[in-house]
Design a protein around this ligand. Structure first.
Ligand SMILES: NC(=O)c1ccc[n+]([C@@H]2O[C@H](COP(=O)([O-])OP(=O)(O)OC[C@H]3O[C@@H](n4cnc5c(N)ncnc54)[C@H](OP(=O)(O)O)[C@@H]3O)[C@@H](O)[C@H]2O)c1
Length: 371
């Protein structure tokens, strides 16, 4: 598992080569503010081989945050990460490994009939309650997350997953009431608190696409104060922590890039308690006040922002290439700990790590980009 000593030692090994605040606090120690994602790409041996090289290059040159999900590329992304962790000379305790569960995964390749596959593999054995299965493939019930977490530990070949996300929980809101979804999440948080106490995970989080960048009136909106209350209740119920304040819900993942900056611009959350005025705030501001870490996904707009970004924005950002400037936008946003970039190419890894040799924008300069 990642440890404070291991991640700080990694920072000491690489920190001098990077700009200010390239490494940032993340439980249990520090992580690089550029992380490697493993979502895109076909479920083929050739893409596995590319990711194997890209992941090794990343770990050996200053990226110690790896992000995946059990369903990515039919579990192949997790399995490739497992192989790389077993083979690399970089110490396991210096690497933050994050994965997600919520979408029922295929195994190795896409089956001819996905509906039949899910019925046979997950519904028939009783792993998944069909009444809680949304869009035919998404479930966040504790028994499901428990089974997926177990499979992820095996795929990754690790004893501990450092950060375990419930994947796109807002998908449930498409077919179930908010109260029912919050109840399911509270029950799952309790299960994740138990797994945390057992050492199977380090902390947990919510990886989202829409939930935190839409207005409260939107059907897929989730309320952070409600979620934090639910996590505190789950922690108390399990009794595994000294106080409900020490619950394991510590990380949010959400899309954030030059074209999709809603996490900064949309006031999706109420005023944090204890603040002077009652005006709603952005999820980045609420998360910061609540002490949550934010990890950005789609930092390059799934590749499009490596090709071009608006000239006026580019002029404000540091970097030798368009991709580096786009990455430096995401990792400069106030309250962001790490920006994930999907990279199956070792050349992209080299280019994107070098984004970290530039200092991020200060808060004033970041605001100025929007003006
Ligand atoms: N809801 C969720 O939980 C959620 C949703 C989306 C993403 N994520 C996570 O966030 C990670 C990042 O998002 P993403 O992968 O969707 O999108 P992204 O990081 O915005 O873009 C990845 C794409 O950009 C390309 N690329 C990377 N560096 C480049 C460069 N320097 N020049 C040109 N192209 C470059 C990659 O190509 P190569 O692969 O060929 O290097 C890949 O096709 C994911 O991998 C995943 O781990 C989570």
């Amino acid at each position: 598992m990642a440890t404070a000593d291991g991640t700080w030692a990694y920072r000491d090994r690489f920190g001098e080569s990077f700009g200010r605040t390239y490494f940032r606090r993340f439980p249990p120690g520090v992580c690089s503010s550029v992380g490697i994602g493993t979502y895109l790409g076909k479920p083929t041996d050739a893409v596995d081989a590319s990711y194997r090289t890209a992941l090794t290059t990343a770990l050996e040159n200053g990226i110690n945050m790896i992000d995946t999900a059990i369903n990515y590329r039919c579990q192949r992304s997790e399995r490739v990460i497992g192989e790389v962790l077993a083979e690399t000379e970089v110490d396991r305790d210096s690497i933050v490994v994050a994965t997600k569960g919520g979408f029922l995964p295929f195994d190795h390749e896409r089956p001819a009939d996905p509906g039949q596959y899910i019925a046979e593999q997950f519904v028939a054995p009783g792993t998944v309650d069909p009444d809680r299965l949304v869009r035919g493939s998404h479930s966040i019930e504790p028994s499901v997350i428990d089974a997926l977490l177990e499979q992820s530990l095996s795929n990754l070949g690790v004893e501990t997953i450092d950060c375990y996300y419930v994947h796109n929980p807002e998908t449930q809101l498409l077919e179930r009431s908010p109260e029912a979804v919050y109840d399911s999440l509270e029950a799952t948080f309790a299960e994740l608190e138990r797994r945390r106490a057992a050492g199977d995970i380090g902390c947990y989080g919510l990886a989202t696409w829409n939930a935190f960048r839409v207005q409260p009136s939107h059907e897929q909106h989730l309320s952070l104060p409600e979620l934090l209350d639910r996590a505190a209740r789950a922690a108390s119920e399990v009794g595994a922590v000294e106080s409900s304040e020490n619950h394991g819900l510590q990380v949010l993942q959400l899309p954030f890039n030059i074209e999709m900056a809603d996490a900064f611009t949309v006031d999706s959350q109420p005023a944090p308690s204890g603040t002077a005025d009652d005006d709603p705030v952005s999820v980045l501001e609420y998360a910061h006040e609540a002490g949550l870490h934010v990890v950005t996904s789609a930092s390059l707009g799934q590749g499009e922002l490596a090709a071009s970004i608006p000239e006026a924005v580019a002029a404000e950002l540091a970097g030798d290439t368009t991709a580096q400037r786009a990455i430096n936008f995401a990792r400069s946003a106030p309250g962001v700990t790490c920006s994930l970039v999907g990279m199956a190419s070792a050349d992209h890894v080299a280019e994107n790590i070098a984004a970290g040799t530039f200092d991020p924008l200060g808060a004033g300069a970041f605001d100025a980009v929007f003006e």
